[in-house]
Ligand binder design. Structure first.
Ligand code: SF4
Ligand code: SF4
Length: 324
């Protein structure tokens, strides 16, 4: 049956620390999410119940009754959505622990308490889904957190996806700690790892992240890149979130681009900081100029460029792709 819906409504599931929600996009864009299971702490599911809940949303979308938070979402598309409800698109985001303290992070206000939390285990749920035919063999999972390498289950989680499924893994990592699992997954072409350095210098990194780990991160990025064949280099993503007042100046951006050029990296992602945008609701002219510098760099160095949620919503809808 053809109707307007999205992959998360149909085949997705997102885990946050106390709930299962429909998707991550609305959390990034509007700081809210449709909670499909509340007060959740990692209990095994009755999958028939889960399917019933999800089916209610599918029916709503099929009738054109799109929830307010989903209206105008770029993920909506008209398609034949009559497939099964196997999980194909997942966000694993149920822990908050991280050794950085980025000024823009949702954990920033409550760092100490959130870092002290002990995350519940996700792996038994995934194994259960696999054994009950609820986990698709392909699709993608975004593991972001918190910092993935701080999660005790991280190694086992990576092994599970790599060995038991063909699901593609998308990681957001600070790269403060090096992980052999990340290296292996990138080498096998099964994962991307995106590192939001948000700076080109140690001083600005410290201001944004509140830790003095710039040099360590660069060293780890080089280790991830070392020995990678050319067709895997774009699996390392370099992200810059423009944070007005912190890193929205030409010198900083040029230093970041120089690092990327020197390391021979090819996947660039940019974004405007969400909280700033939520308060101000416009794209500053100086950031527009910085974006033009990035675009020029991308063409000159034949890189890929993607725009994250806010910039996409602000009209940057045409990513640049030199590498498949
Ligand atoms: S906000 Fe977008 S991605 Fe999320 S459930 Fe709604 S339509 Fe889907
Ligand atoms: S690295 Fe990620 S999880 Fe850690 S503080 Fe920064 S944004 Fe938050």
């Amino acid at each position: 049956m053809t109707y307007l819906s999205c992959e998360f409504v149909e085949n997705g599931m997102c885990f946050i620390h106390n709930a299962v929600v429909l998707c991550s996009f609305s959390m990034c864009m509007k700081f809210e999410a449709i909670r499909i299971i509340d007060e959740y702490k990692g209990e095994l599911f009755d999958w028939e119940e889960v399917k019933k809940i999800k089916q209610e949303y599918r029916d709503r979308f099929a009738k054109g009754d799109i929830p307010e938070v989903c209206k105008d979402c770029p993920s909506l598309k008209e398609a034949d959505w009559s497939g099964t409800m196997e999980l194909k698109y997942m966000l694993i985001n149920h822990w908050e622990n991280c050794h950085a303290d980025c000024v823009y992070c949702h954990t920033h206000e409550n760092k100490k308490e959130l870092n002290a939390m002990k995350p519940w285990k996700i792996l038994p749920i995934l194994k259960d889904a696999l054994s009950k035919g609820m986990l698709s063999n392909n699709g993608n999972v975004n593991i972001s957190g918190g910092e993935p390498t701080c999660l005790k289950e991280f190694g086992d989680l990576m092994k599970f996806f790599l060995e038991k499924t063909n699901i593609f893994i998308m990681l957001n990592t600070s790269a403060i700690d090096y992980s052999k699992y990340i290296k292996k997954a990138i080498e096998e072409g099964r994962s991307t790892a995106t590192i939001s350095l948000d700076s080109g210098t140690r001083e600005t990194y410290k201001k944004v992240k509140n830790v003095d780990k710039f040099n360590k991160v660069i060293e780890n990025i080089k280790k991830y890149k070392k020995g990678l064949p050319a067709d895997k280099i774009h699996h390392i993503g370099m992200k810059y979130i423009f944070i007005p007042g912190y890193n929205d100046n030409k010198e900083e951006l040029l230093s970041w681009l120089k690092l990327i050029e020197d390391m021979g990296l090819k996947n660039i992602q940019i974004e405007l900081e969400h909280h700033w945008y939520e308060k101000n609701k416009y794209l500053p002219d100086n950031v527009k100029e910085l974006i033009e510098i990035v675009i020029e760099f991308v063409h000159r160095n034949r890189c890929n460029l993607s725009y994250r949620e806010i910039l996409t919503a602000l009209g940057y809808t045409a990513p640049i792709k030199y590498i498949d």
